[in-house]
Ligand binder design. Sequence first.
Ligand code: B1M
Length: 215
Amino acid sequence: MPDLQKLYDAILNGDNKAAASITKEALAQAVEPMDLVNKYMIPAMDEVGRRFESEDCFVPELLLSARAMKGSLELIRPLLAARGTEPAGRVAIGTVQGDLHDIGKNLVASMLEGGGFEVVDLGADVSPEKFIAAIQSRRIDVVALSALLTVTMPTMKTTIEALTLAGVRQKVKVIVGGAPVTKEYAKQIGADGFAENAISAVSLVRKMLAEQPVA
Ligand code: B1M
């Protein structure tokens, strides 16, 4: 069994090679993938964020840590996606316009795939028009909006408003999430639901579609 604390250190220090090698070793030894994510990888990114806030590290270090995190997640992602059974609905997911953070969004997308949903991943910095086009062309059941910056949270509201103006709001459920987003904020901007993390996003979407299928 590899020393998993070293996975935390590798992501914190932006060492993508070490992070990938420990992740591979852990997966080969049947360590539960979500334990790697929740106990070591996310806490490392949280620590990077704290250091950034206190000016003990800067954007280049953030980028290196993000690269290490993404590399490890790429190794874990197929295992999460393989857990699904039959498609339970189609979710279009994206980080809203102006926001480049996509690690959490990618994790939510992988867990939704693993939960049996078909995921249309629109990427990061996604304009309202792109969400609208996806709804119009792909028979989307749920639109999932992610935001990591307090300054891009209001773009979730403008995206929902744009869906209404385009006449597609009633066709979909809209869920929102991301570190600064709260349940109260979700309600305030007219979203149908809020999920705090990737696991709760899956149960939320499942519950929503079972309770009240979209029009
Ligand atoms: Co940025 N950044 N960043 N950054 N960055 C934060 C978010 C910050 C909190 C750091 C800090 O100051 N402590 C801060 C935001 C402060 C604020 O707004 N209140 C910040 C800042 C300020 C910035 C810049 C402005 C810095 C600058 O340039 N001066 C800049 C903005 C760029 C832009 O977007 N326009 C910037 C840039 C970057 C990088 C590009 C360098 C890089 C992102 C790389 C990438 O994503 N490809 C980066 C990173 C890595 C971070 C931190 C350190 C880590 C984010 C992360 O990946 N976390 C972050 C600090 C932190 O979060 N601790 C920070 C791990 C990930 C798994 O968690 O994304 O929270 P998270 O996702 C979670 C949940 O939130 C939830 O589920 C996920 C899994 O549990 N979730 C959803 C997310 N989306 C969801 C959607 C759902 C449901 C749940 O349904 C729809």
